[in-house]
Design a protein around this ligand. Structure first.
Ligand SMILES: *Cc1c(COP(=O)(O)O)cnc(C)c1O
Length: 474
């Protein structure tokens, strides 16, 4: 033992010291290297902001313990999450790759080019714009690009299955443009292309929008283009809900039919955000004052500085990751299963006596008129009673629905998440049994209030958790 003048055990001291050096070195490495910097992000958050950490972990538990049947939701991969939560979120950029206003943009330029190149491959497109912050912004960009204030737009009404950004009074689109709606057939609830043509020839819109938020059948984009050509309109296909299916070739494509295609990127299973694509019309000329400009260049201009400021570099990186995933066979295979599962769900629900809109589905969603199932039942009560039991769905207005949007006659179910987590026929059968049990037992008190038998509730919650336990792969 070496004892120094102060009487300390020197070997112990040096062990302590070297441990301290090790810790300092580890800390240094943690911040000096990419992987180290990003590791332990959540243990850091836990220390710096317990409240937010707790709420985020509550969300994890909510997803773990409930079944997600929201057609407008999906779950991105851990790789997409990693890109979203990475250091590139700090980069400020404006403009497009190679033409940025801020310095230091080389890396994000490469990432954006990679995202664009992959998006073009996924959708067999000539042009891709990965900057839109959302599906709504993608639509706003296209509309701002080709329309002037007061120009006529023809779209599917929101209460018929269209999206709020397609011209609803309450949205920018309804405020600045003169929006007219086409409808679905009042008996079959299918798109009626003859009536679309009739309206288009009468109104001569400058833009026709197709693509839906609540429509479970195939959309005939070729027919829409024919109509657009006949009346001299541009065609925007908003494929937010079915873009994954289209990419996989399990829903007819639209890229060369539409002048512009838009989609959200989270619905097919990527990060939140939007995407604009163009096919053969990417270099079609557009008269801009005295000059002519290619449609794709027009979209660039409308993106920045037209509608958006700085794009989200982290979302662009995450989109690149996601488009890479979409190119893999596993993704294509999953899209097939999503449709198969939705068709199973539709037929199980019909067997249980539910009114499935259009008697089935061609895509990932199933629309159900719950008001027809039982006296007094509506979308509001169905959504809330199911959520109390661990089944997450959303109420939805149905075509020609007489109930207000805050109540609705319908619910919309979707299979992207349960399919991603590995569920198939057996689980779907259990889920439809559970939905029937809850909606059959809920005691309806008034339009927005109900009572649930405690025994039913606890038994369903237990079954949902056990069903989910084998299929939780967020
Ligand atoms: C979900 C959806 C959008 C909106 O996308 P956000 O990213 O939520 O703005 C646009 N169009 C359609 C048809 C949609 O279903």
């Amino acid at each position: 033992m070496i004892i120094d003048k102060a009487g300390c055990d020197k070997s112990k001291l040096s062990a302590k010291r070297s441990r301290a050096y090790e810790l300092i070195a580890a800390e240094k490495k943690r911040v000096e290297n990419f992987a180290g910097f990003h590791s332990g992000l959540f243990s850091d958050l836990c220390k710096t902001d317990e409240k937010v950490y707790k709420l985020l972990s509550d969300e994890y538990e909510r997803v773990r313990d409930t079944i997600q049947l929201i057609a407008a939701e999906n779950q991105c991969s851990r790789s997409v999450l990693a890109a979203l939560g990475s250091i590139i979120q700090n980069k400020t950029i404006e403009g497009f790759a190679g033409k940025r206003y801020h310095g230091g943009s080389g890396v994000i330029d490469s990432l954006e080019c990679l995202a664009i190149e992959r998006a073009k491959r996924v959708f067999k497109a000539e042009y891709a714009n990965v900057q839109p912050h959302s599906g709504t912004q993608a639509n706003q960009i296209v509309m701002t690009a080709v329309l002037g204030r007061g120009d006529v737009v023809l779209s599917l009404g929101m209460d018929q299955g269209g999206h709020v950004s397609h011209g609803a009074d309450v949205s920018f689109s309804g405020k600045f443009f003169n929006v007219e709606n086409y409808c679905v057939d009042p008996k079959t609830f299918l798109l009626d292309y003859e009536s679309v043509r009739h309206k288009a020839m009468m109104l001569k819109p400058k833009l026709i929008i197709c693509g839906c938020s609540a429509y479970s059948r195939v959309i005939d984009f070729a027919k829409f283009r024919q109509i657009a050509d006949e009346c001299g309109a541009y065609l925007l296909a908003d494929i937010s809900h079915v873009s994954g299916l289209i990419a996989a070739g399990v829903h007819p494509g639209c890229i060369d039919h539409a002048h512009f295609t838009t989609t959200s990127t989270y619905k097919p299973g990527g990060p939140r955000g939007g995407l604009i694509l163009m096919g053969r019309d990417f270099d079609t000329k557009f008269a801009l004052g005295e000059k002519e400009i290619e449609l794709s260049k027009l979209i660039d201009k409308a993106t920045f500085p037209g509608v958006q400021g700085t794009p989200y570099a982290n979302n662009i990186a995450a989109k690149a990751v996601f488009f890479g995933e979409m190119l893999a066979e596993e993704y294509t295979e999953r899209q097939r299963k999503i449709i198969k599962n939705a068709q199973l769900l539709a037929s199980e629900m019909a067997d249980h006596g539910f009114d499935v809109i259009t008697d089935g589905t061609d895509n990932h969603m199933v629309l159900i008129n719950v008001a027809n199932y039982r006296e007094g039942l509506n979308g509001y009560i169905a959504q809330h009673a199911l959520e109390d039991c661990g089944i997450v769905v959303n109420m939805n207005k149905l075509p020609y629905d007489t109930k207000p949007v805050s109540v609705t006659s319908g619910i919309r179910l979707g299979t992207p998440i349960i399919t991603k987590n590995g569920m198939g026929a057996e689980q779907i059968s259990l889920i439809s049994d559970i939905i029937k049990e809850v909606l059959g037992n809920v005691e309806i008190v008034s339009v927005k209030s109900y009572k649930l038998d405690e025994q039913v509730r606890t038994s369903v919650i237990r079954r949902v958790r056990s069903l989910n336990s084998g299929f939780f792969n967020p």
